[in-house]
Structures are given as C-alpha cells and as structure tokens.
Design a protein around this ligand. Structure first.
Ligand code: GLP
Length: 260
C-alpha cells in the first residue's frame, strides 16, 4: 500500500486522473471501476477537463460502479446510476450502454448480483478501481463485519452511514436501509486500486484501514492484502496516521518514471 499525502482535493484529483489517463493510453478499452460519493468528484472534474481541453477519450472504455440503493427507481436523483451519470459519464464521450451499475430495483436481487459478477468477469475484470471510504471504514457499501471475501450482494446500512448520506436525501427518513454492493472479494480482484479521501472526518477511518489490523470491523483494511493500492489523502485525512513522515519521505524520493 502506498500512501500519498497531497495538499488538497485538486492535487488528489490530478494524481488519480493521471492513473486513469495512463491506463487509457496503453489500453483504450480499459475497464474502470468507479465510485460515487463526494470524494471522487475532483477526479471526475479533472478527467472531464482533460477530455474537453486535451481530448482524453473514454470512447472505448467500460465502467462498472460499486453499489446501489435498494428500492429507489433507477431514475431517482439519488440512485447511484443517476449520480454517476450526472457527475461523470454524461460529461464524457462514454456511451451509456458501456456503464454498468448493480441493479437495486431488480425483482430477483440475488440473481441480479450474480449477473453483475458475471458481467465484470466477462469484461476481463477491472483495471483501475477508484474508491472512497466511509467514516466507518466501509468501501462500496461493505459495512463493518462484511466478509473479507464477500461478493456482490445485499447489505443493510449502518445508521452512521444513513446519517452521513442523509444530506443527499433531505432527511434521514428518506435514506434507504438496504443496498447492493460489490463485495470485498470482488473489489480485491481489481488490478490497481486508488482510494481517495479528504477532510478531518475521514482521519480515523484512514488511520484504521492503513495502519490498523486487517479486520472486518474496518472493511477497507482488507486493502492491505492487495498488491497494488494507492491511497491519496489530504493533510486533514492523514492527520491521524502514525507514519505520515515516512509516507511523505517515500513519495518525495520516488523516481518519476515509477508512477503510482
Ligand atoms: C457512500 C458510498 C461509498 C463512498 C462513501 C463515502 O456510502 N457507497 O462508495 O465511499 O459514501 O462518501 P463521501 O465520499 O461522500 O464521503
């Protein structure tokens, strides 16, 4: 795991966008795993800027999103299918039929979860997976005590997560209780994982998953088992890390050709 402490969200967005851009340069039909939430927005804004100003193209790429609320209509403004469309894919040259999301409105949810896993497999797996992290250490919607080898499935949200996300719904009572999410085992199969986090409210979760034990109580800690994870954080999100000086020293001394 490589931890990169950056001055702010803009620099986090630029570095994560570099990873995506260099992937697309060597593989135009790359498979990207995208996350919703506010953390990846600077990455999406930067990719859109490069698309508009520098011709970065997503025309050959495919996208899989991580998770979805259960019970929202697919065109509900807070369904993650809509959120990723608004925040990113509609602003890029990415055909809508190349963006796949877990189906939280399916009649048969377990069958839809299996189909989603099969679709990721038949696309050849995810090349770069972008992640945020919840204040309780969740990734996707894998809440604490998720199995570390879980696959796409239904989960129940913690009240803390529902409260965190209530700002998007205009009140806690409107936040769904159930979700479908790629599992931790699914996420671990991505070839390169880039997790972005900013702000002091993420500091404890960042410390726990980077430096704490691998434990289901902090689902993101499973990333310690992955061979290629880049954690991009601002100083506030890094403020509880014990080895922050070491991370700064390692990144500053890294040869530029190495990339992330
Ligand atoms: C949601 C999403 C996660 C996201 C998390 C953090 O619960 N399911 O994928 O990482 O929120 O969101 P934010 O980046 O807005 O803090």
């Amino acid at each position: 795991m490589e931890v990169v402490i950056l001055p702010g969200a803009k620099q986090i967005g630029a570095l994560a966008a570099d990873v995506v851009e260099s992937l697309l340069a060597r593989k135009a039909d790359a498979v990207l795993g995208l996350a919703t939430g506010s953390s990846p927005l600077p990455v999406y804004d930067e990719l859109v800027r490069r698309h508009r100003e520098q011709g970065l193209s997503f025309a050959g790429a495919r996208v899989f999103t991580l998770d979805e609320y259960v019970g929202l209509a697919p065109d509900h403004p807070q369904s993650y299918r809509e959120v990723i469309r608004r925040d990113f894919t509609d602003r890029m040259d990415l055909p809508a039929d190349r963006v796949l999301c877990p189906d939280g409105a399916a009649q048969d949810l377990p069958a839809a979860c299996l189909e989603y896993e099969a679709a990721i497999r038949s696309a050849g797996g995810v090349d770069v997976q972008l992640l945020g992290v919840g204040t309780d250490g969740h990734i996707g919607f894998n809440e604490p005590v998720s199995s570390l080898s879980s696959r796409t499935r239904i989960k129940t949200l913690l009240e803390q997560t529902r409260r965190d996300n209530s700002r998007f719904f205009g009140g806690l009572e409107h936040v769904p209780r159930h979700v479908v999410t790629q599992g931790l085992g699914t996420i671990l199969e991505a070839r390169h994982i880039v997790l972005v986090a900013a702000g002091a409210r993420k500091a404890e979760a960042v410390h726990d998953f980077v430096e704490g034990p691998v434990a289901a109580i902090c689902p993101a800690s499973v990333l310690q088992l992955h061979p290629h994870v880049s954690v991009l954080v601002d100083a506030a999100a890094a403020s509880a890390l014990q080895l922050s000086e070491y991370y700064r020293h390692s990144y500053n001394g890294k040869p530029a050709w190495q990339g992330l």
